[in-house]
Design a protein around this ligand. Sequence first.
Ligand code: IPE
Ligand code: IPE
Ligand code: MG
Length: 257
Amino acid sequence: MLKSLEGFIEPGSEEERLVNELDFSRIPDHVAVIMDGNGRWAKKRDLPRVEGHRAGAKSVQEVIETSARLGIKVLTLYAFSKENWKRPKREIATLWRLLEDYLKKEDKVLVENNFRLRVVGQREDLPPAIRRELERVEELTRNNDKLQICLALNYGGRAEIVDAVKKALKDKSVNPDTLDEKIFSRYLYTAGIPDPDLLIRTSGEFRVSNFLLWQIAYSEIWITQDYWPDFRRKHLLQAIVDYQKRERRFGDIHPPR
Ligand code: IPE
Ligand code: IPE
Ligand code: MG
């Protein structure tokens, strides 16, 4: 077992069985997660939807710690979409409050663990206090390189592509004749970040809901029926074990000549 997992995984547990199945030379570099089902988790318990969001914070913590221990380099978490503004004002206000509390409380933990926080999305339209707090923590962690946590906030995949086109058009150094996918991707919010190898969605929905449309072109997708507040280490391990059984061909034949 990896040193970083010793004492973290209980002997004889399902997690240990899954860890033993892992090939540590093929851990995905980038895992992206659509954290869905908070509202339904709460409804099932006769609680207000916001209680689901509160409970989901524990899953966030668990997936961050497990990712770091497994050696994942980038973890992207879909936390608020551009379309989520359609929701009741009270629910939205609670989401921002939870995020603010998280940043105020966890900033030291991010620093101690050498984690870097980065926001992807239309940050200029975030509530000003939240934006300030996010940018404070981005600045505080900018040189950290253990795990990069990308928070997708006020994020829409189509909006990202349109924003990238606008930036590219304004950039005098761009030549339309030589523009290619590699150059174009430098104008996305995710500039410099490798595409996700694995995309996880909770709550059993088989859709991408406008998440990373450009970047997930060849990501492996893993979906669990469990709601986000029930997402635990074992789910991440199951997803990676499954990922490692897939054959990624990227359009080529197998075996490549
Ligand atoms: C995901 O859970 C969290 C956000 C989208 C902010 P939901 O709030 O979408 O929960 P369901 O899908 O309604 O159960
Ligand atoms: C996707 O979940 C957005 C986030 C997880 C932040 P939604 O609950 O908004 O997606 P739909 O509406 O079910 O497609
Ligand atoms: Mg949902």
